[in-house]
Ligand binder design. Structure first.
Ligand SMILES: [Zn+2]
Length: 121
């Protein structure tokens, strides 16, 4: 075995190679090894609330742009607004429903599928 002066890594070198814990879904920092990040650790209820908040945020941004720039009165923008309002209504509607029902499960899974977490960041 050939020994060199730098044959063994220093503890500083080992620390530099050490990977901090990361989320296996998105790669962001995670609190512990094997954990997901805060966003990917959500319950479906939290995910739905995040979707609703995002739709409200987009409506506010959109409303602001629309008021200041006539280009945003285009039909396409109005369709996007209709989609956000419909999503908010559907999520509000879920709160009134029996979460064991078929319709609830159907709506919940379709809303979650339409709004993956990547669209909420
Ligand atoms: Zn993540």
């Amino acid at each position: 075995m050939r020994l060199t002066r730098y044959g063994e890594p220093s503890s500083r070198e080992i620390d530099a190679l050490r990977q901090p814990p990361y989320c296996p879904v998105c790669g962001d920092d995670a609190p512990e090894y094997g954990d997901t990040c805060e966003i990917h650790d959500m319950t479906t209820t939290e995910h739905l609330q995040l979707i609703k908040a995002k739709c409200q945020e987009l409506l506010a941004i959109w409303g602001n742009k629309r008021d200041h720039n006539p280009i945003y009165t285009a039909t396409e923008g109005k369709r996007a607004e209709a989609g956000w309002r419909s999503t908010i209504a559907a999520i509000d509607g879920l709160e009134e429903m029996d979460d064991e029902s078929h319709l609830y499960q159907f709506m919940e899974s379709n809303i979650l599928a339409a709004w993956p977490i990547e669209l909420l960041q």
